[in-house]
Design a protein around this ligand. Structure first.
Ligand code: CUA
Length: 326
C-alpha cells in the first residue's frame, strides 16, 4: 500500500473512532436524541411531530449514506486510467418517476401529520375559568420577570399551579431587545418581541422545569435562565398572596438583587459592570431609582417599568451592601 493511501486510511479510521467515541458523550450531554422530556400536552405533541419526521429523515439518511459508501467502493477507479470516461447514461424514466413520487408522498404525510397535531400545540384545551391562570412573562436584559393576576411579581422563578391550564403571555419591552422564552419540557420557544404579546400555555404535574432564553440578547444571554416551579394550587395561592403583600418584599428584593443586579455586578470586583460593594448608591433611593428607570452608559434601564414597591424592595435588600466592602 503506498504511503499516501496508508495515511488516508489511518486518518479515516482515527476520525471514525473519535466520532463514535464522542457521540455517546454528546448524546448524554444533550439529554439524548429527543428534545427534552415532555410534561405538558403541547410538549408531547411537539415530540410526536419530531419523532414522525425523524423516522423519514432517519431512513433517508441511512439509505443515502449506504448508497454513497457502496458506490464509492463499487465504482472506484481501480486500475482504470485517470482520464477514462465512465459510461454515459441519458434518461431513466421509471427511476425519475419513482424519485419524484416518493418524496411527494413523504412530504404529504409529514404535512398532514403536523397539521393534525398543530391545533393541540397552539391552542390550550378548554378549561373552566377558575381552573386557569394567566401569567405574564417579560424578557429583560438579563432576567425574566413574571407578573401574576393579583399583581405579584417574581424574578427568574415562575411559580404556577399544577394540573391546570396556565396561559403564558410572553411580551417584549420597547426599551429592551428581543428574547425568547423556552421551557423545553413544557413546549416550544416563544419570542419576547417589543410591541407584541405571544401566547402559549402548559398544563403540567408538580415539578421544577428548566427555562432559558433562546435568543442571543447580549453579553449575558447565556446566564438568562430561570425555572418554572409547578406546585399544588394551595401552595401557588399562598405564594402569590404573600408576594402581593408587604410580607413578600424581602424575598422580592433578594430575587431582584440576584436575578437582575448580579447578572452584571459583583460586590468585590469588576465583572461586566463595576463592583458595587460599599457603593453609597445602594442605599440611596433617589439615585438607584433613576439608575434603574433610565439606565446609564452601558447599563440598560433594567427597572424601567418597575413599581415603586419593586424598587423599595430592592433598596431594602441592597442597603446592607452600601457600607461594607464585600
Ligand atoms: Cu435574553 Cu438571550
Amino acid at each position: 500500500m503506498p504511503f499516501s493511501v496508508r495515511r488516508a486510511v489511518f486518518a479515516t479510521i482515527v476520525t471514525a473512532v473519535a466520532a463514535l467515541a464522542t457521540t455517546s458523550a454528546a448524546l448524554a450531554g444533550n439529554g439524548g436524541f429527543l428534545p427534552g422530556n415532555p410534561h405538558s400536552p403541547n410538549a408531547h405533541r411537539t415530540i410526536d411531530a419530531f419523532v414522525f419526521v425523524a423516522i423519514f429523515t432517519g431512513v433517508i439518511f441511512v439509505a443515502v449514506e449506504s448508497a454513497l459508501i457502496l458506490f464509492v467502493i463499487k465504482y472506484r477507479r481501480g486500475k482504470r486510467a485517470y482520464a477514462a470516461e465512465g459510461p454515459q447514461i441519458h434518461g431513466a424514466g421509471r427511476l425519475e418517476i419513482i424519485w419524484t413520487v416518493i418524496p411527494v408522498i413523504i412530504l404529504a404525510a409529514i404535512g398532514t401529520f403536523v397539521f393534525y397535531k398543530l391545533p393541540g400545540i397552539a391552542d390550550a384545551p378548554a378549561a373552566a375559568a377558575n381552573d386557569e391562570t394567566t401569567i405574564q412573562i417579560e424578557g429583560h436584559q438579563f432576567y425574566w420577570l413574571f407578573r401574576y393576576p393579583n399583581g405579584a411579581v417574581s424574578i427568574d422563578r415562575m411559580v404556577a399551579p399544577a394540573n391546570e391550564v396556565v396561559h403564558e403571555d410572553v411580551v417584549g419591552l420597547d426599551w429592551d431587545v428581543n428574547h425568547s422564552w423556552w421551557v423545553p419540557d413544557l413546549g416550544g420557544k416563544y419570542d419576547a418581541i417589543p410591541g407584541q404579546t405571544n401566547k402559549t400555555w402548559f398544563e403540567a404535574p408538580v415539578g421544577t422545569y428548566v427555562a432559558r432564553c433562546a435568543e442571543l440578547c447580549g453579553i449575558q444571554h447565556a446566564l438568562m435562565d430561570a425555572e418554572v416551579d409547578v406546585v399544588p394550587r394551595a401552595q401557588y395561592a399562598a405564594f402569590v398572596a404573600k408576594r402581593a403583600s408587604p410580607a413578600g418584599n424581602a424575598a422580592l428584593g433578594k430575587e431582584e438583587w440576584q436575578g437582575v443586579c448580579q447578572s452584571c455586578h459583583r460586590l468585590d470586583h469588576v465583572y461586566i459592570g463595576p463592583a458595587l460593594g460599599g457603593n453609597p448608591l445602594l442605599g440611596d433611593a433617589k439615585g438607584i431609582t433613576s439608575l434603574l428607570r433610565g439606565g446609564q452608559g452601558q447599563m440598560p434601564a433594567v427597572g424601567h417599568n418597575w413599581s415603586a414597591r419593586q424598587i423599595d424592595a430592592l433598596i431594602a435588600y441592597t442597603k446592607q451592601f452600601s457600607k461594607g466592602g464585600s
